[in-house]
Design a protein. Sequence first.
Length: 191
Amino acid sequence: MVTLIPVDGAPLGRPGPSTVAIRPARKDEVEALQRIERSAAQAFRLIEALSWIATGDVQDAGRHLDLIGKGTNWVATADGDDPVGFLSAEIAGPELHIWEISVDHLHQGFGIGRKLIRHAVAEAQARGLAAVTLTTFRTIPWNCPFYERLGFSLLDEAGLSPRLAGVLEAEAGHGLPRDTRCAMRLTLPAT
Ligand SMILES: CC(C)(COP(=O)(O)OP(=O)(O)OC[C@H]1O[C@@H](n2cnc3c(N)ncnc32)[C@H](O)[C@@H]1OP(=O)(O)O)[C@@H](O)C(=O)NCCC(=O)NCCS
């Protein structure tokens, strides 16, 4: 059978995976995670101002290994044990901060990203943390609006902690225009 693949790389009418599982990432998977992030970034190719992200840098191997060591780097697998997505996070004080979430381009839109976020939130809750935080693009449909649907709230400038303000500032230094970025927070119920 022929699968039709349009120029942007997303197959038409393809079925999603039957089983998706989330587990801790392994050290020997770092290169695969970097490939996934490059593939995921294809989603930005059609957004003119951000198309450079599709060929930009990915999270470096050192951070991946550090977060794997800390037990806060998770992968999603689909119909097997090979990763098709990952979520890298780090505990910062009483909060779990999500540094990166990526799902391989051909596996996007099947709920895998949602499962990764829910897993990170459940892990933060299980560790007795107060919140989950992240920074993202304000208007990209699969960024801020997606996280809002998962319960995250947009923080206004006055609501930014010094840590999150610092993350946004550092991102601006790496070419992510500050006015397009925002920080979000999901408060966890006290345990
Ligand atoms: C963000 C990302 C991880 C989500 O993974 P995913 O497996 O596609 O996510 P899901 O299938 O669980 O759902 C994504 C949501 O975004 C929406 N979405 C995805 N692509 C979209 C598009 N091109 N246009 C509009 N909405 C889109 C989906 O409809 C879905 O909405 P829902 O909450 O109503 O179901 C994935 O899109 C990705 O890797 N993007 C590129 C990297 C990136 O932007 N990372 C986040 C940095 S903050």
